[in-house]
Design a protein around this ligand. Structure first.
Ligand code: NDP
Length: 386
């Protein structure tokens, strides 16, 4: 019997289950690169479209785990030495956590988790796990690659348009009873003709480029590995050999790289010196890719015309986090990858990985980040341990 410790975000303050806006979600069978969606053997413990990412939703895992004799502990209490998470960690065989409400598996916590064999990310992005320590302790780290990539890509497009068109302040004027057209449009531009660049053109970055192509923008990208000549031609892409080269020419920049030591604070004062005056920056990748206070300074000086994203550090962000109050921003809590459609896929993927783990079957290589004491699968392409 195994103990599975699952950290999820709290239930809606309006109660669980919520009243759903729609009765169903579209059925997706494969991702754009042909990879199939999660395919667990057993039945799902939820109906796709239900809220399963919060504590009462339990990712729909309870029936499967308990029917196989395992123990499931679900909590949102994850921070501090007296947290429920810390109390259960020493006995846990499996930890499940979502990037939206991450249980930070630091080297210190990993050292205390003597029984831990699998750290499973329900979603994409396992930077909340100290990957080096996990590798050193023989812990497998896995996530559901592609499960919510399109969810995030759609969110990025929404944020690009809402910043450039000055949507959020204009909406607020309407809500407040105003009709201040001049106030609204004095910061409102057309995206058409602008230069848009993504730093990292992986699953999300490429999906964003494809979605923006019909807006008649000039598309740019930087990635350690160049896309195929066919894709570059199809999207009329300009490749940049460094992020610095890209930021000097783009009007809108999208950050989509994984977070690891070498990418932490990629956007600092030095990088903001290079950007054009009035650049828009979108970051749905990870908060720590940006120096927190440098972002605030860049907005205040006008170097940035706008900043939008849904990723912060730490998460949840404290109430006095400066990104909550800085000017010309469109921040949300970390939600882009947790749409109801995204949840259905990463919860099904979590079940698929658990079935493989408990039945001793191999986990799909595209789901692996760390395995056998080193980076593996997708992790070997996207992360670096140092
Ligand atoms: P992918 O693994 O498909 O793509 C990551 C890309 O980043 C790869 O092309 C990789 O390059 C590239 N890369 C690696 N290092 C660097 C670097 N130093 N500079 C620029 N690019 C780099 O992942 P996804 O596109 O699916 O996700 C990207 C990130 O988005 C995740 O790591 C996660 O942090 C975040 N995310 C956020 C979500 C949210 O809800 N806000 C949800 C899902 C993901 P290559 O492999 O060619 O070497």
């Amino acid at each position: 019997m195994a103990k599975v410790l699952c950290v999820l975000y709290p239930d809606p303050v309006t109660g669980y289950p919520p009243k759903y806006a729609r009765n169903e979600i579209p059925v997706i069978t494969a991702y754009p690169n042909g990879q199939t969606v999660p395919s667990p053997k057993g039945p799902l413990g939820f109906k796709p479209g239900e809220l399963v990412g919060c504590v009462s939703g339990e990712l729909g895992l309870r029936r499967y785990l308990e029917s196989h004799g395992h123990e499931l502990v679900v909590t949102s209490d994850k921070d501090g030495a007296d947290s429920t998470f810390d109390r259960h960690l020493p006995d846990a065989d499996v930890v499940i956590s979502q990037p939206f409400w991450p249980a930070y598996l630091t080297a210190e916590r990993i050292a205390k988790a003597k029984k831990l064999k699998l750290a499973l990310t329900a979603g994409i992005g396992s930077d909340h796990v100290d990957l080096k320590a996990a590798a050193a302790h023989g812990i497998t780290v896995a996530e559901e690659t592609f499960s919510n990539s399109i969810s995030v890509a759609e969110h990025v497009v929404m944020m690009v348009l809402s910043l450039v068109r000055n949507y959020l302040p204009s909406h607020q004027y309407a809500v407040n009873g105003g009709w201040n057209i001049a106030d609204c449009v004095s910061r409102s531009y057309d995206l058409e003709g602008m230069h848009f660049g993504t730093i990292a053109a992986g699953r999300i970055g490429l999906a964003v480029l494809r979605r923006l192509k019909p807006f008649d923008v000039h598309l740019h990208y930087y990635d350690p590995h160049r896309l195929s000549a066919e894709i570059e031609r199809e999207l009329n892409l300009t490749y940049h050999p460094t992020p610095e080269s890209l930021v000097k020419v783009c009007d809108v920049i999208n950050l989509q790289s994984p977070l690891y030591p070498a990418t932490e604070h990629m956007f600092d004062d030095r990088m903001f010196e290079l950007v054009k005056h009035g650049t828009y920056l979108i970051n749905t990748a990870r908060g720590k890719l940006c120096d927190r206070d440098a972002v605030v300074r860049a907005l205040e000086s006008g170097k940035l015309a706008g900043y939008a994203g849904d990723v912060w550090y730490p998460q949840p962000a404290p109430v006095d986090h400066p990104w909550r109050r800085m000017p010309n921003q469109g921040m949300t809590p970390h939600i882009s990858g947790s749409s109801l459609a995204g949840q259905a896929r990463y919860a099904a993927g979590t079940l698929e990985i658990l079935e493989c783990f408990f039945e001793g079957r191999p986990i799909r290589p595209e789901y692996l980040i760390v395995d056998g004491g080193n980076l593996a699968g997708t992790g070997a392409g996207s992360y670096k341990l140092g």
